[in-house]
Design a protein around this ligand. Structure first.
Ligand SMILES: CC(C)(COP(=O)(O)OP(=O)(O)OC[C@H]1O[C@@H](n2cnc3c(N)ncnc32)[C@H](O)[C@@H]1OP(=O)(O)O)[C@@H](O)C(=O)NCCC(=O)NCCS
Length: 166
């Protein structure tokens, strides 16, 4: 599994992954519709800019969206790495949000994506000494993923909230 930025040559696999049967509450491609207006070339261009803090809707913080590819270059998931925490992110979203394409689940991708996301933060965002990662109270797959990556349960409010030291 390789976690990296989206490039123009990823268009077909991006559309395939985006059209998979995601849970209703889960957004696979943040800002694709709203900011990039469903235009893939535009999306590839604005993602690095969003990471630098440009174009952000009010109340949103800079975030880096990275996509997970299998050995054949197919997208199998994605991660969203938020550079700061708002009150909402503290309670609900955390620093890292990840998802695995439904047909690619139970193959270890989530654990690998979280591991690489933590590595990314350590290398690129030194201002974050520990990452907040949250999940739904009954999301067994995500609980295992977080705990396997060193998550220490902070509390359970709207979500289960974990700290992972970097
Ligand atoms: C939660 C999610 C990320 C798990 O992805 P995944 O690639 O299937 O996870 P992994 O294969 O790395 O599995 C991690 C562990 O959880 C277990 N697991 C995964 N899904 C599970 C499920 N639905 N029920 C029970 N256990 C599950 C796996 O078996 C594995 O444990 P094991 O090695 O002891 O068997 C995926 O189901 C998903 O994208 N869900 C929708 C979005 C979401 O909930 N994101 C997380 C919120 S931040």
């Amino acid at each position: 599994m390789l976690l990296r930025e989206l490039t123009l040559s990823d268009e077909d696999t991006f559309h395939w992954a985006n059209n998979e049967a995601w849970e209703e509450h889960f957004v696979f491609a943040h800002y694709f519709e709203s900011l990039a207006q469903n235009d893939f070339n535009n999306y590839v261009k604005i993602l690095p800019e969003l990471s630098q803090g440009f174009h952000l809707p009010s109340g949103h913080v800079p975030c880096t969206l990275l996509f997970a590819f299998d050995e054949k270059g197919k997208i199998v998931g994605r991660t969203s790495i938020r550079h700061e925490l708002t009150e909402f992110l503290k309670l609900v979203g955390g620093h890292i949000g990840y998802g695995v394409v439904p047909s690619e689940r139970r193959k270890g991708y989530a654990s690998a994506i979280l591991k690489e996301s933590l590595k990314y933060i350590k290398e690129h965002l030194p201002q974050i000494p520990k990452a907040l990662v949250t999940c739904d109270i009954d999301n067994v797959g995500s609980i295992k993923t977080i705990e396997r990556n060193g998550g220490v349960l902070k509390d359970i409010q709207e979500k289960r909230r974990y700290w992972i030291g970097l």
